[in-house]
Design a protein around this ligand. Structure first.
Ligand code: 5GP
Length: 194
């Protein structure tokens, strides 16, 4: 059976990764093509977030135990919290031929690039820093201090764009979704993947 694709969608917080991927998974035409990897984090759940659906919410101790046990494809410390991708389900899904999407920040994405040369890497870009700030503040879920830290992280993350295979501008969500689907369809037609 053909192996599934491992796809990383990265970009600064506020670039709209979550919203864009939600649209992809809810799309009747394309949603079934993808499996979403649920990350683990030590940050507190936001209102409405469900353990095991949005994230696996862990204490620092249990996150560190999983790092020691080698259970992460990648992990990073971002704005004071751990975030990481569990490796076991991903290996299983790829083997089963599923296309797996990781929605992770830039440092983690680079770690996956270093490990897997078959990775499809997509950077989601915003039209401007002003728009990024507007989106981060518009969420209304973070304190001013967290927003400032995320903006500083975003400036750093933008310098990493050249490492990605694809850059998708997220000016309008439907457009971004269509661009990502086009990339995946083309990747599936590569001779080297047949
Ligand atoms: P948030 O706290 O807003 O849910 O996520 C903060 C950042 O962490 C986002 O850029 C998100 O994409 C990223 N992130 C989520 N899960 C992971 C993960 O497993 N690994 C890494 N490296 N970053 C992640």
């Amino acid at each position: 059976m053909k192996q599934g694709l491992l796809i990383v969608v990265s970009g600064p917080a506020g670039s709209g990764k979550g919203t864009t991927l939600k649209h992809i998974f809810q799309s009747p035409k394309h949603g079934k093509k993808y499996t979403f990897s649920v990350s683990a984090t030590t940050r507190a759940p936001r209102p409405g977030e469900v353990d095991g659906v949005n994230y696996h919410f862990l204490t620092r101790e249990s996150f560190e135990a999983r790092i020691r046990e080698g259970e992460r494809l990648e992990w990073t410390e971002y704005c004071g919290n751990y975030y990481g991708t569990p490796i076991a389900p991903i290996q299983r899904w790829l083997y089963e031929g599923k296309n797996v999407i990781l929605e992770i920040e830039v440092q983690g994405a680079e770690k996956v690039m270093d490990k897997r040369d078959d990775l499809v890497s997509i950077f989601l870009a915003v039209p401007s820093m002003e728009e990024l700030e507007r989106r981060l503040r518009g969420r209304g879920t973070e304190t001013n201090e967290v927003i400032e830290r995320r903006l500083a992280a975003a400036k750093q993350e933008l310098t990493r764009v050249p490492r990605y295979q694809y850059v998708v501008l997220n000016d309008e969500v439907e457009q971004a979704v269509a661009r990502i689907n086009t990339i995946i369809d083309a990747e599936n037609l590569r001779y080297s993947r047949m």
